[in-house]
Write a protein that binds this ligand. Structure first.
Ligand code: HEM
Ligand code: HEM
Length: 206
C-alpha cells in the first residue's frame, strides 16, 4: 500500500514560510520604491533586485522538492471543485513566483540597465535593448504584481478557512508547528482530519 505523507517535509515548510515573508515584503518594497522621490529609492531597488533573484533560486529548489516529495492529499470530503481550485491556484502561485523575477530582470535588460545585485554581483544581459520590449515587460511586471497580490490574499483566506472553520488538518500540512498537537483530546476528536483511504481516493496531487 502506498504511504502518502501527512505533512510537507520540514524543508518544504521552512521554504514556504521564508518565501511567504519575503514575497509579501517584495510587494511593499516594490510599491514603496516606485512611489518615493527621495534617495531611499536606491537602497530599496537594490534590496528588491537582490531579494527577487534570491526568490527565483529558492522557488526552483522548492519546485524540485515538490516534484520529488509530492504533497499530502487533501481531505477526501473536500468538494472536487475546491480541490481543483486549490490545485490551479497553487500552479498559478508557482508560476508567478517564477515569472515575476524573470520579468524584473528581463525588463532591466531590455532597458539596457545593468542588473547589479547587492555585493556588486552583476547578471550579464541576455536580451538586446528595445523600448517596445521594455514597455511590454514593465507592464507585465506591474499588472502581474497586483494579480499575484490578489491571489496571495485569496490563498491566505482559503488557508484561514481550513484552519479556523473547517479545521480539517490542511493548515497543519504546512504550518511550522502542529496545531493538532496543542488541541485538547475533545477538540482532536471533533475536528480530526478525515482519514484518507489511499486506495479509494480519487484525487491525487501527483
Ligand atoms: C506570498 C505568500 C505565499 C505564497 C506564494 C504561497 C504559496 C503556496 C503554494 C505554492 C502552496 C502549495 C504547496 C505545494 O503544493 O507545493 C502553498 C500551500 C499552503 N499555504 Fe501558502 N503561500 C503563501 C502564503 C501563505 C500564508 C500567509 C498562509 C497562511 C495564512 C499559507 C497557507 C498555506 C497552506 C495551509 C498550504 C497548504 C495547502 C494544501 O495543502 O493544499 N500560505 N502555499
Ligand atoms: C517575487 C518577485 C517580485 C515581485 C513580487 C515584484 C513586485 C514588484 C512591485 C509590486 C513593483 C511596483 C510596481 C508599481 O507599483 O509600479 C515592482 C517594481 C519593480 N521591480 Fe519588481 N518584483 C519582483 C522581482 C523583481 C526582480 C527580480 C527585479 C529585477 C532584478 C525587479 C525589478 C523591478 C523594478 C526595476 C521595478 C520598478 C520599475 C520602475 O521603477 O518603474 N523586480 N516589482
Amino acid at each position: 500500500m502506498t504511504s502518502l505523507p501527512h505533512r510537507f517535509t520540514l524543508l518544504q515548510r521552512l521554504l514556504h514560510w521564508l518565501m511567504a515573508v519575503c514575497i509579501i515584503a517584495m510587494f511593499f518594497i516594490g510599491v514603496g520604491m516606485v512611489s518615493t522621490v527621495t534617495p531611499k529609492y536606491l537602497p530599496l531597488i537594490s534590496i528588491h533586485k537582490t531579494l527577487g533573484v534570491t526568490l527565483l533560486v529558492l522557488v526552483l529548489i522548492r519546485l524540485a522538492l515538490r516534484l520529488y516529495y509530492g504533497a499530502p492529499p487533501l481531505p477526501v470530503d473536500l468538494p472536487a471543485t475546491i480541490k481543483l481550485g486549490a490545485y490551479l491556484s497553487h500552479v498559478a502561485l508557482y508560476g508567478l513566483m517564477i515569472v515575476m523575477p524573470l520579468l524584473g530582470v528581463s525588463m532591466l535588460w531590455a532597458a539596457a540597465y545593468p542588473v547589479v545585485l547587492a555585493g556588486g554581483i552583476q547578471i550579464p544581459p541576455l536580451l538586446p535593448q528595445s523600448d517596445g520590449v521594455h514597455t511590454l515587460l514593465w507592464n507585465a511586471h506591474f499588472y502581474l504584481a497586483f494579480a499575484f497580490f490578489a491571489l496571495v490574499l485569496l490563498h491566505v483566506a482559503a488557508a484561514l478557512f481550513h484552519a479556523l472553520i473547517r479545521r480539517d488538518g490542511v493548515f497543519e500540512t504546512i504550518s511550522p508547528v502542529s496545531l493538532a498537537a496543542r488541541a485538547t483530546p475533545a477538540e482532536r476528536d471533533t475536528h480530526a482530519r478525515p482519514a484518507v483511504n489511499v486506495q479509494t481516493e480519487k484525487y491525487s496531487r501527483g
